[in-house]
Design a protein around this ligand. Structure first.
Ligand SMILES: Cc1ncc(COP(=O)(O)O)c(C=O)c1O
Length: 511
């Protein structure tokens, strides 16, 4: 229907454009590209309906970053000079002098906000589908609200008010309530992390910590190494800071160091973001004998590490795996932790430990962001932790979640075909299933939801596409009976799809 621009077919678009660009000292490149294309549209050289080259193609030809072309197209779209259809491309629109009054100058928030498509959009799509009423939910890596210690917590809130009165309702210190910072530092020290309380900042959830780190350390065009599969809201934070998230695969021992080195030498990344303990989504941990080599490698590459310990206290079998920060002699590692998974997420409390040279800038950034995290919540949390109530709660939930994990693993063994594979975590919230070759997790997801079972399809966890053969199962929010029943229904669907013609898998679980 539309004629695509073939290199050289439209006079002046690619060849001319590249000559027009002033690369040093001129206006931003995306504006220059937009100006040049706008001029060609207004001159009638690019006629309505003509398909512009894909951003990737034009970026290659002009030797600019793809995001530069995307930004140029977005600018033109806001002016209604071009329009794009999801998965179709970008087309020249009607010339403004031919637009009717209604269309001319119409401001479109949709176009204004549009970003390049990617897994983040898939995440939104998966989320938008909503929950199926009554469905067995293996989605969401969040603690089971039926186990929240509401009575104990009401007690410490009352006590915080009694002890501190209206002082608990003031703005708190930017870096956080000192006794709670001390408690966090002491806990980490007991696990081999040598830090002082002044290196700990209390943040409004580790998600905020991640956002602060991204804003502090990343610049437009940077690259961040992430685990693949990995945490989608991590990718999105890095992308929002202008960086690209580039994935590195895992195996049973966690991050593949050989591949990390290979990709890092190519990409010259600014940071590594990793979850060495009970990773989201796989539940895997970094093997002990990879800790030293990983830190050596990052040291050689000059690449700081953001270690996300969002669920480290949820271990059900064996000792807690070792934190990277505990072996960090070079001061390369930033450490994130959270009360969300081990207790509950509603208070929005977590912590961020950074090397000393970063403290002043972090302080300033946190102040700009929200002055400080809620003081009353921090005072109550401090009492809760110091009275041993957190450890008591942890003992209880570890027993419940560990049993649910056991039921899920057994049900997978009993109900899934032998061609499927899955991880066997020793802690955390989720595990990762790899389907037999030829089966598609998005198809299975649609079928499963019709059968009253929900899970999170694999592509959501891949920053640059792929992951169709996998999905994540969360085992902590459903009862053992419902886990058994949900896995039986899922297993039956996988087998039915296999019978319909999928070949058995020879592939490893992650690549
Ligand atoms: C890997 C990971 N990091 C960080 C977070 C953010 O948690 P919060 O901001 O509640 O501490 C989550 C939440 O799901 C997560 O899965």
């Amino acid at each position: 229907m539309y004629s695509a621009i073939v290199p050289g077919a439209v006079p002046g678009l690619d060849v001319g454009l590249s000559h027009d660009l002033v690369r040093d000292g001129g206006p931003p490149l995306y504006q220059q590209i937009a100006i040049a294309i706008r001029a060609r549209i207004l001159a009638g050289m690019l006629t309505p309906g003509v398909k512009l080259p894909s951003s990737r193609e034009l970026a290659k030809r002009l030797e600019v970053h793809r995001r530069t072309v995307v930004a140029a197209y977005q600018l033109l779209e806001r002016e209604c000079l071009v329009h794009s259809g999801v998965g179709q491309g970008t087309f020249v629109g009607e010339r403004p002098d031919r637009l009717d009054d209604e269309t001319r100058g119409l401001f479109s928030w949709e176009a204004f906000l549009r970003r390049p498509e990617g897994p983040a959009d898939l995440w939104r799509f998966v989320g938008r589908e909503g929950t199926v009423p009554g469905a067995i939910r293996f989605t969401g890596a969040t603690a089971d609200p039926t186990l929240f210690p509401t009575d104990d917590f009401r007690g410490v809130l009352d006590d915080a008010f009694r002890l501190y009165g209206s002082g608990a309702l003031e703005y708190g210190p930017t870096e956080g309530y000192a006794p709670l910072r001390e408690w966090v530092a002491e806990r980490l020290r007991n696990r081999g992390v040598r830090i002082d309380p002044d290196e700990v900042m209390i943040v409004s959830g580790s998600q905020q910590g991640l956002d602060l780190v991204a804003r502090l350390l990343l610049h437009d065009g940077d690259t961040v190494m992430v685990e693949e599969p990995g945490y989608p809201n991590g990718f999105r934070v890095f992308q929002a800071a202008g960086a690209r998230a580039v994935g590195v695969p895992l195996d049973d021992g966690g991050l593949r160091l050989d591949l990390l080195e290979r990709v890092a030498r190519r990409e010259v990344p600014r940071l590594l973001y990793t979850m060495p303990i009970f990773q989201n989504p796989t539940g895997l941990s970094l093997a002990d004998d990879r800790t030293g080599p990983l830190l050596d490698l990052c040291g050689r590459l000059g690449m700081p590490v953001v270690e996300d310990q969002f669920d480290a206290d949820l271990f059900y079998e064996g000792p807690l795996p070792r934190s990277l920060k505990a072996s960090d002699d070079r001061g390369l590692v930033l450490l994130l932790g959270s009360f969300s998974k081990i207790l509950f997420p509603g208070l929005r409390l977590g912590w961020l430990v950074v090397p000393r040279p970063l403290l002043p800038a972090l302080h300033e950034l946190k102040q700009m962001t929200d002055f400080s995290s809620g003081l009353l919540a921090q005072c109550a949390m401090d009492l809760y932790c110091r009275r041993g109530l957190l450890d008591r709660h942890l003992e209880r939930v570890r027993a419940v979640y560990g049993a649910r994990l056991g039921v899920m693993l057994k049900a997978l063994k009993d109900e899934f075909p032998p061609e499927a594979r899955w991880t066997r975590p020793r802690g955390g919230l989720t595990l990762w299933v790899s389907l037999p070759a030829g089966l598609d997790a998005l198809d299975l997801w649609a079928q499963a939801r019709r059968e009253g079972v929900d899970f999170t399809p694999g592509p959501v966890f891949f920053p640059s596409g792929g992951g169709n053969g996998h999905f994540r199962l969360s085992y902590i929010r459903e009862t053992e009976e419902r886990i058994q029943s949900g896995i039986a229904r899922l297993g039956a669907l996988v087998k039915a799809n296999l019978v319909r013609g999928a070949a058995p898998s020879a592939a490893g679980p992650f690549i």
